[in-house]
Design a protein around this ligand. Structure first.
Ligand code: ATP
Length: 351
């Protein structure tokens, strides 16, 4: 849950800085070392709830870096500590070399924050909101450019209360960028959007990165992290359970490959016999008419060549791709909680 102190209008964009040292441009954009954050426990309990424990990662300039994990994993708490919105209990946090606790003003000038549940007055229009927030900054982004970048120019006179879910999300990204930040923190920005609006938002995030903004993307959507992030940390129960590029993480779990295929019924037995004898094949299973072949990285090539040699033409050949979800299951030993995903696309939440 976001607890960003809202500026005028109740939105969730960090307030501007008016003073403070210039951040160190040579430092990594984000550095988090052994971050720990606790909250008060349930009423009457002396125990504190550990929300984040020993979290470390760093983000390089120009990356889209993901913080992925199920609900309650500690993602928002982590980025709130980074943005200077919460005080950590332990560890160090640096944004462009600056400690957000020691110098919140310097950090607020370089980071744009789009936290969950941005809320503006129902009657304020898109353009009014952008111009209002731009007025908080000494050197804001160009509002017209932002309207174009976020595909909002045609909706500039539409009141916030009349925007669709996708349009509201695009406005919240625009507001996070209005201070012309070098780093943007985007928290669960596609929750509540339908698949088409979600994909459109991904394209916008890439467009923003292409303008030179480093992006910290908080998400519980596996597909989103896999599609958008250059690197990511997977957080569960407040701890980092995996870290790397999506491809590295997926490869680290299991190096085997699986292919599914169908062959004409007359060729079925010969196909099974042929495939079971291949050096690159570890396992052949049959499910109804579908043959599933698991083996080395070369298994697809081996299967196709062996069938061709027997003059068997498969009706259908598919590779079974592994995902970050497989990584999560492998590193935590439990399934990923999709409850939030199911509730994530209410009616009318599209562009
Ligand atoms: N202000 C708070 N007071 C007490 N506990 C809190 C507070 N904020 C968060 N928590 C708890 O800390 C843990 C981490 O919450 P956090 O919001 O950081 O997780 P998250 O991964 O961002 O999940 P979500 O996407 O659901 O917000 C959760 O158990 C949550 O209930």
């Amino acid at each position: 849950m976001s607890t960003a102190p809202p500026p005028a209008g109740g939105a969730t964009v960090a307030a501007p800085a008016t003073s403070g040292p210039v951040p160190d441009g040579a430092a990594p954009v984000v550095e988090v070392r052994n971050l720990r954050k606790t909250y008060p426990g349930p009423k009457g309990s002396p125990e504190r709830k550990v929300a984040v424990e020993d979290v470390s990662f760093s983000v390089e300039r120009g990356e889209i870096f993901g913080i992925l994990g199920p609900n309650g994993a500690g993602k928002t708490t982590t980025v709130e500590c980074l943005a200077g919105l919460r005080e950590a209990d332990g560890g160090t946090v640096r944004l462009l070399g600056v400690d957000p606790q020691a110098d919140p003003a310097a950090v607020r000038d370089t980071v744009g924050v789009q936290l969950q549940e941005a809320a503006l007055h129902e009657k304020i229009t898109v353009e009014e909101a952008l111009r209002l927030f731009a007025s908080f900054y000494a050197a804001p982004s160009d509002v017209e450019e932002l309207l174009d970048l976020l595909d909002l120019a045609d909706h500039r006179r539409v009141a916030f209360g009349k925007l669709s879910g996708g349009q509201k999300q695009r406005l919240s990204i625009a507001l996070a960028l209005v201070g012309d930040p070098r780093v943007a923190i985007l928290d669960e920005l596609t929750t509540g959007l339908d698949p088409a609006a979600r994909r459109a938002t991904w394209e916008l995030v890439e467009r923003v990165r292409d303008r030179g903004v480093t992006i910290l993307l908080v998400t519980h959507f596996m597909e989103e992290a896999e599609r958008l992030c250059d690197r990511l940390v997977v957080i569960d129960g407040g701890r980092v359970v995996a870290q790397g590029t999506p491809a590295e993480l997926i490869d680290s779990v299991d190096t085997s490959r699986t292919v599914r295929l169908r062959v004409p019924p007359a060729d079925h037995d010969l196909a099974l016999h042929t495939l079971a004898g291949l050096a690159d094949v570890e396992r052949v299973q049959v499910d109804a008419r579908e043959i599933e072949v698991t083996g080395t990285r070369r298994v697809l090539l081996a299967v196709v060549l062996a069938l061709a040699e027997q003059e068997i033409v498969p009706d259908d050949v598919r590779t079974v791709t592994r995902t970050l979800e497989d990584v999560f299951v492998a590193v935590t030993g439990r399934t990923y909680d999709h409850a939030a995903d199911a509730a994530a696309a209410p009616e009318g939440a599209s562009r």
